[in-house]
Write a protein of this length. Sequence first.
Length: 566
Amino acid sequence: MNTPWTRSYPAGVRWDAELPLSGVLHMLDSAVQRWPERPAIDFMGNKLNYRELSALIDRAAAGLQRLGVKPGVHVGLFLPNVPQYVISFFAILRAGGTVVNYSPLDAGKVLAHKIEDSQTDILITLDLATLYPTMASMLSNTRLRTLVVGSLGEFGGLPEQIQAQLLQEGQVSNVAYGDRCQSFAQLLDNDGQYQPYPLEDPTTTLAVLQYTGGTTGLPKGAMLTHANLSSAAAQVVMTNIDNDKLMHEGRESILVVLPLFHVYAMVCCLLFPIAAGAEMRLHTRFDAGTVMREIHEHRVSCFPGVPTMFTALISHPQVRDYDLHSLKVCASGGAPLPVELMQQFRALTGCQLTEGWGMTETCTGGTFTPAGNYKAGSCGIPQIGVTIKLLDTEDPARSVPLGENGEIVISGPNIMCGYWNNPAATRESFTEDGFFRTGDVGYMDEDGFIYIVDRTKDMLLCGGFNVYPRVIEEAIYAHPAVEEVMVLGIPDEYRGQSPKAYIKLRSGHAPFTLDELKAFLKDRLGKHEMVQALEFRSELPKTPVGKLSKQMLKEEVEGRRSNTPA
């Protein structure tokens, strides 16, 4: 097979290097053995070293086994970036179970679907008003049978008076502890003697169910095995650690502001730091001022993010007050990276902002940008062990030559083994020779660099999250005044894209404001899916047979935009 990207690999890194296909826990055990006293987590100024983290994981694993966790049992995580997430993730695997990540951004009906579809019976969350009530309600109307509820202050994160104030202000919920709801402290109340379950085959044993959006509405669960995740983490290690002295094992500090429930963060901000013996500096949310202070005061060396975060940093009015030159590696993913942003960031920090491409189904690993070998507009070259082909969009049996557009298909040890409980979707997503069909259209140049130009799937990228217009359209159709609706992505300087609704009203109904529409959609859409612009039309474009034509609307809108004076 033609592999032009191998000539673009950085010195000392081989595309055909052997990747470990081991259990995820092997990375943790190795880190604990090699760096027991090295800080593993810093959360609100409180630290856990690798030895302490491992002991907590063992206790959580024993507690989970008391609740019935064993091979085949799926345990949900509905958490922000807190120590409980890190502890629980590895404890679920230690207990023999499978992790199911849940996004606090999701609407209630999506969360309920994930619980039923994934067969989640136990779920771990926090007592925050934005989290606990949602899952407490699921105890009565889904298969969910047990909640484990932690708090921000459990690991010294908040003084007691602050916790009391949050409770008084309604930001923390009163938890109804009982037979079906226990505290995280209760989960840990044991000697850490868990029942080990040997990992028979890392290439088939499910580690994580990671849900990805669906073009027809409900999300699908990508089945990520232990080998998928261990190879994905190894790809990041081998292209960044001791490579041209970018970073080194056991010495780095990584800023964790990307949400760990997202596959990008799960690999690059959790598994990669563990594999590299790095310190994870956890933040529950992104705030540009806080991030700058963190980098400046604690000499953070690695910051994985999305373009919106880096834009917020360089645009901050106080950015010149901080020294950000400790940064060695800053990786951007989730959305295309503007060249101007990359240039401004390097001028400010001295750090090359690199771009990569991947998907939930590829454990975030697809391409990476080699150190010192950047090409404008490209998302990089295939990762270690990854093969990428481009297929003719009209005749998928034919591969297109270099420089010609085609659908990107990918294979490698980090590619999911299929969609949970959905063999039809799995069959449709793979070629006969086992390549995953990404739905992205692009081309490869003579040096193996990939350029993405379009998508065959109807999907938007909004602040690093996949957003499907059909999901939004279905929610808007529930409005009694709406006769027809189409949703397109419009350019957004901060988020990359934002959804805009084009609506034809029913006869006799008056227009409504964007804020009124948002209020109507609040319980129907996730925060990342919310409509950000609205336009009413007397008619929406249709094909000759009377079907709504999104393509005609796109062409009309883009033509109007290009004719607008600068």
